[in-house]
Design a protein around this ligand. Sequence first.
Ligand code: ARG
Length: 280
Amino acid sequence: MEADIDALEERVATPKTVLMCRPEHFTVSYKINPWMEPTNPTDTSVALRQWQTLYDTYQRLGFHVELIDPIAGLPDMVYAANGGFVLDGIAYGARFHYAERGPEGPAYSNWFAERGLRVVEPVSVNEGEGDFLKVGDTIFAGTGFRSDAASHAELARIYDREIVTLRLVNPSFYHLDTAFAVLDDAGGPASVAYLPRAFDDASRAILEHRFPDAVLATDQDAAILGLNSFSDGRNVVIAGKAETFARDLELRGYVPHGVDLSELLLGGGGVKCCTLELRW
Ligand code: ARG
């Protein structure tokens, strides 16, 4: 690997514009993924403090961070990635699989509309950027647990992009962004990372073919949602405990920035879940 480092061109950062939601009402009061355990206590003040470190990290990296007001009774609203998918100034609204999160869809769509984005009302169930990730001119779209495959067809109609469906098979990695990370959204060498066992055989074959030099996550890093990270093409914000992932990123010329979001992991989310990219 050492020789590869020298051969690598400098990775270039393109500061991002993102939407986040303060976890003012965060708790775990229902269970819609294997990480959530309503009988275990949560501490909203810890969640707020940890979330603030993510916000501050983005500021330090020169990102533009927009905020949506949290709504009481919607404890998962902190996971902004699920609020929709925004590309070319068009917001494809979210339609949640579980009723508990249902009202978040319109809340996020209203925010998009107020900011002048064209909002496309969703027909199919879809959980936004949690399941839709763009690499180059391709949108990789997850299904299996949350977003319906029919939403991928909607995506294809809205955006003039290639859509590649990936099927998730492991309930702990229920959104695409828990099993697949975009490191450089322009594409190119080592532009993504993923957890092979989170996908069915056909999807894994697609990933191997398209990304022969991808970073593969270890079980240990996956077990803390280490892949749930957000990158500007050079700086990759990741779970602080994802040590192997951090080292693998460095070997490929990226600069990892660890943050501790352990409290938000109790809801089954990490860095990326708290981040919705705004491409407007
Ligand atoms: N508790 C939330 C849910 O199960 C967590 C969402 C995590 N978001 C994500 N983009 N992976 O819906």
